[in-house]
Design a protein around this ligand. Structure first.
Ligand SMILES: [Zn+2]
Length: 149
């Protein structure tokens, strides 16, 4: 399902090791807790992913207006946790993938984008780099294409 399984696993398991260093880099895996409205870019991407995602995705369209950002990854990627209808806690565990796309950010990073739902609610907008580490933004909507395979 995930072509770049190693990158995906590294992001999720937060296994941050340095090839050239004997001492692994300390990495805080906990998300930054937030309670914010979606930015215009986050909202636009969410709406687009729901419109172009799996056949189940459109059932979640009404939740966009109820969604707030309740967490943010600290690794430099723009991954956000979503809270729906006043939920303040991010949801974790097994998820249903509502959309799975590849894209490019304004900084030129090639990224994968996943929209997760958990327990029937929009849960996480995940963006992971395919080519390098660093700080990067959401992909542009014009760059998005489906992950084939
Ligand atoms: Zn991250």
């Amino acid at each position: 399902m995930f072509r770049n399984l190693a990158l995906w696993a590294r992001h999720h398991l937060r296994l941050k090791t340095e090839r050239d260093s004997v001492v692994p880099t300390a990495f805080d895996p906990s998300p930054i807790v937030e309670d914010k409205q979606l930015s215009p870019d986050e909202r636009a991407l969410l709406v687009w992913l729901i419109e172009h995602g799996t056949s189940d995705a459109t059932e979640y369209a009404a939740q966009v207006e109820q969604a707030r950002v309740v967490g943010r990854c600290r690794c430099g990627c723009p991954t956000i946790d979503l809270g729906i209808a006043g939920a303040k806690e991010r949801t974790v565990g097994g998820s249903t993938i509502l959309a799975d796309f590849l894209g490019e950010t304004p900084e030129g990073f090639h990224v994968g984008v996943l929209l997760h739902s958990r327990n029937g609610k929009l849960s996480e907008l995940e963006v992971y780099s395919l080519d390098r580490d660093g700080i990067f933004s959401l992909p542009t909507i014009e760059s998005l294409k489906p992950l084939e395979g």
